[in-house]
Design a protein around this ligand. Structure first.
Ligand code: NOJ
Length: 569
């Protein structure tokens, strides 16, 4: 390859470097590969308590979300996933549902919900609800009846057992939230099982009546126009009926309890039967199922698609959230394994249970650059994208500093080793006013100081902001055929600091180079591995601070920077 010629090409085409608007008309090939809507869609997770407060009570609501649909449209969002907004005692902030077929008054009414769906439809924004399949609230009428007597018709809807002996639970299983997994109910003298808080009793999915009731819940919402569900905690849907003790393994957890290999109450094979049944109902309505699928390897993830592609269309790949630091080699290896598995990927880098990506990856010096670099990574790879509200403006965690300030029960129980999840759930930062424009009232969680610099109103005006970068890259993702449908060819594989790849589709190609390190990297334009011997390079988007000009043999990549270009032969 003649580097000199190539360098000249870069110099010419990148004059006035910045963002080149994606070409009009490129959208037409979006479905050429027979992809379903959700494969190209950008999903946006909304924690409704924290997004927008229309009635100024300090807690967000559905009308607040509706009022922000234009913002989401402009950003490039195609579907919103709303975490549970059903009636709930709010012990686990909605993940303890007391009625699956209604809206919690704190969030509004069913009319508000219908309006949200209708307004979304006008803007081509679909609504995905969060279905808490593993457990209900202890205030759900099914559980209230179930606990009333051993002969209740709902007794078998939950998992009730005698203790092993006086004061001894049926086995050694533990709740992931720091308590025992069994609570003795004095009314009948038996224990009920809960993988999460005691206020979240596990449903007994082995009971056909439970299965039917839950499938009917999905029908109820599909008929109301919901485009799909994010299924909560699917790993724990089934338990070993013999209640075999879990093996104790080395070490202790963050609550100081012995570690367990949860082989008898997690990822049982029966989970897949339930997924297939939920899927067959979803298929009746052309809907999509997204799974909260915590997996430790790609084989486990693959299982959730179903042997015949008949389970979840979108099992979330949450594995990147566990990577320590930013190693191009680790990301490269993971992406290769996911691609080799042959399914449509769903990379997720953040959500309401994990420290925000901005805080997790940030080094305190290059935080905005890193936020842009991570955005460029998961928004240019093959697959569906799921964003978390506020990620697009570089929202950071605002963790409680004192135990008495903690709202999340997990943090109260586990303080100080486990501080809970409040930090990643703070109000959306709309502007730099007192409560970041979220509410006139005191918000349920405090707004971080960074709202002064990281908020929608101010970032909108700044072409170099994280928000502006997100808007550009999302626009590009929606219009570039190679990003929508292209294959993935990894380049420069020996480089531990730089991730470099090409997405190719029918003679079009987009080159992505990400410097995942804090030092400048010189990257050779060696694209022959992707079939480009002397390519022309048209720069589409970079996050460079200094203009790229002059001749160069190797591309100088600033620390944590992004370079995206169209390459042609
Ligand atoms: C996973 C949800 O994302 C989390 O917020 C919740 O606490 C548990 N499941 C229990 O429902």
């Amino acid at each position: 390859m003649n580097r000199q010629i190539l360098a000249a090409a870069v110099t010419v085409l990148s004059a006035g470097l910045g963002f080149c608007a994606p070409r009009a008309g490129a959208q037409k090939s979006a479905d050429a590969e027979g992809h379903a809507w959700w494969q190209h869609a950008v999903f946006y997770e909304i924690y409704p308590r924290s997004f927008a407060d229309s009635n100024n009570d300090g807690i967000g609501d559905l009308k607040g979300i509706t009022a922000k649909l234009d913002y989401l449209k402009e950003l490039g969002v195609n579907a919103i996933w709303i975490t549970p907004c059903f009636p709930s005692p709010q012990v686990d902030f909605g993940y303890d549902v007391s009625d699956y077929e209604a809206i919690d008054p704190m969030y509004g009414t069913m009319e508000d919900f219908d309006r949200l769906v209708a307004e979304g439809k006008k803007r081509d924004i679909r609504v995905i609800l969060d279905f808490v399949v593993n457990h209900t609230s202890d205030q759900h009428k099914w559980f209230i009846d179930s606990r009333s007597s051993k002969t209740s018709p709902y007794r078998g809807w939950y998992i009730w057992r005698d203790g092993k002996g006086p004061g001894q639970p049926p086995n050694n299983w533990l709740s992931t939230f720091g308590t025992a997994a069994w609570t003795m109910d004095p009314k009948t003298g038996q224990y009920y099982y809960h993988y999460f808080y005691p206020e979240q009793p596990d449903l007994n999915w082995r009971n056909p009546a439970v299965e039917k009731a839950m499938l009917d819940v999905t029908r109820f919402w599909y008929k109301r126009g919901v485009a799909g569900f994010r299924l909560d905690a699917v790993d724990t849907l089934y338990e070993d009926p013999n209640l075999t003790d879990n093996p104790v393994v080395a070490g202790t957890d963050k609550f100081g309890r012995p570690n367990m290999d949860e082989k008898y109450n997690k990822k049982l094979p029966e989970v897949h039967d339930a997924m297939r049944k939920l899927r067959s109902v979803a298929d009746e309505y052309g809907s999509v199922l997204i799974g909260e699928t915590w997996t430790t390897n790609v084989d486990q993830l693959k299982d959730y698609y179903g042997a015949k592609n008949d389970e979840l269309q979108m099992p979330m790949d949450l594995m990147m959230t566990g990577f320590k630091g930013l190693s191009a080699a680790e990301y490269r290896k993971h992406i290769a394994a996911v691609n080799a598995a042959g399914h449509w990927p769903v990379y997720v880098i953040t959500n309401h249970d994990i420290v925000r990506s901005y805080s997790r990856y940030g080094d305190g010096v290059h935080n905005d650059d890193i936020a842009k670099m991570m955005a460029a990574l998961y928004l240019t790879l093959r697959g569906s994208a799921i964003m978390y509200y506020g990620e697009e403006i570089g929202m950071e965690n605002n963790d409680p500093k004192r135990k008495e300030d903690v709202q999340d029960p997990e943090g109260k129980l586990g303080w100080p080793l486990e501080i809970g999840r409040d930090g990643e759930r703070t109000p959306m930062q709309w502007d730099h006013s007192a409560n970041a424009g979220f509410s006139v009232a005191k918000p349920w969680l405090p707004v971080p100081l960074s709202a002064h610099t990281h908020n929608v109103a101010d970032e909108r005006k700044d072409p170099d902001s994280v928000l502006s970068f997100y808007r550009k890259i999302l626009a590009m993702r929606h219009t570039e055929a190679a990003l929508l449908d292209g294959d993935y060819v990894s380049l420069n594989e020996g480089n531990p600091n730089v991730l470099m790849y090409v997405r190719r589709y029918k003679g079009e190609a987009i080159l992505v180079i990400l410097n995942m390190s804090s030092a400048e990297q010189k990257v050779p334009f060696e694209l022959s591995g992707a079939g480009f011997l002397a390519p022309k390079v048209e720069v589409l988007l970079t996050s460079f601070h200094k203009p790229l000009k002059g001749m160069f043999a190797d591309l100088p990549m600033e620390p944590y920077s992004v370079f995206i270009a169209r390459v042609t032969k």
